[in-house]
Design a protein around this ligand. Structure first.
Ligand SMILES: [Zn+2]
Ligand SMILES: [Zn+2]
Length: 342
């Protein structure tokens, strides 16, 4: 099979690999689509090395179809459409036992350490199959949309912490794919208005088309004050890894408001914040890293429902043979999100 391999930091290559065969407990997926994300770029450049194995097949936003079942696998059938949770947790460490499997101390990730979806086939490890990582669809979903189950599950994990209530005014800082997913989740939760900010005018257009008030970074405060009669946003979600936004978000939130630092910041980042904003406004600050299996299930259910506009997010598709060019396009910020289909 063909596979896009991380040869070493800074170098990816399309290689031929033997077709995988599922061993006991394993499931073989025929890959139907894999979407690309900014984290991939950080892995390729070498900026992100934690949990990354040299020689790994890239791609962690995977939609596939079950092609073969290993010995002893039950509950799945060949031909079923499925999306994997990429988080393989140990289920016995202290963090897993706190109910935080996605923050497991012995976490292994598909597409980082375990071979991912930028290939003709993807082998789901027995441990992942046994703990229910593979989520099948009940109705057929466009594969380039189903691949969004992974990033959407991460947004759902964060959204369950920042809890948009009906009528809330929500500010989303960033209008990339992640910003557009948080926008749509906020709308689905009953937000009365979502204000999305982005420096790029081109990137604001899809947010506006989805019903957001789309503004530049200099206009976001004014927009929030207007929408809330001067009170501040109920919820602020930071979707760009710029440390300076940590403070901006605290400013934008109303007394008792919720702030999510959803974006990962560059390693070692620090930010200056007015700590009295936390004290006097009693803000609740949360984060978001990966997702639980239950979040992936919720994401697949939501994608099946058709209530989430995935066409607004997946704007371009490349062939697997052109995967290196697809990454160049992600770097050049072509469209919103790019899918690769074998
Ligand atoms: Zn991703
Ligand atoms: Zn664990």
């Amino acid at each position: 099979m063909r596979a896009l391999v991380l040869v070493e930091p800074g170098r990816i290559e399309l290689q031929q690999r033997p077709d995988p065969r599922p061993g006991p407990g394993e499931v073989l997926l025929k890959v139907e689509a894999t979407t690309l994300c900014g984290t991939d770029l950080r892995i390729i450049s070498g900026a992100k090395t934690a949990g990354v194995r040299q020689g790994v097949i890239m791609g962690h936003e995977i939609a596939g179809r079950i092609a073969a079942l290993g010995e002893g696998v039950s509950g799945y059938e060949v031909g079923q459409q499925a999306a994997p949770s990429i988080v393989i947790s140990c289920n016995h460490c202290r963090v897993c036992l706190l109910g935080l499997e996605h923050l497991c101390e012995n976490l292994r990730l598909i597409g980082y350490e375990i071979d991912g979806g930028l290939a003709d086939y993807c082998l789901i490890p027995a441990q992942a199959v046994a703990q229910g990582n593979l989520v099948t669809t009940r109705t057929e979903v466009n594969p380039t949309h189903l691949a969004l189950a992974e990033p959407l599950s991460c947004c759902i994990n964060a959204a369950n912490q920042y809890r948009v209530q009906p009528g809330d005014v929500v500010a989303v800082l960033g209008a990339g794919p992640i910003g557009l997913l948080h926008l749509q989740l906020a709308q689905a939760s009953g937000a009365s208005q979502v204000i999305v900010s982005n420096r790029s005018v081109a990137r604001r257009a899809p947010a506006a088309a989805l019903g957001a008030v789309a503004v530049g970074p200099d206009e976001v405060q004014q927009a929030v004050l207007e929408a809330t009669g001067g009170l501040g946003a109920d919820v602020v979600v930071v979707c760009i890894g710029e440390p300076a936004l940590a403070s901006v978000a605290l400013d934008l939130a109303r007394p008792g408001g919720r702030v999510s630092y959803f974006a990962g910041f560059p390693k070692g980042s620090t930010a200056e914040v007015d700590v009295n904003l936390l004290h006097y406004k009693e803000l609740e600050v949360t984060g978001g890293s990966n997702a639980r299996r239950r979040d992936v299930r919720a994401a697949v259910r939501l994608l099946e429902s058709g209530h989430l506009n995935a066409d607004a997010i997946v704007t371009h598709t490349f062939a697997l043979d052109d995967a290196p060019a697809a990454y160049d396009a992600v770097r050049d910020r072509l469209g919103v999100k790019i899918a690769v289909t074998p």
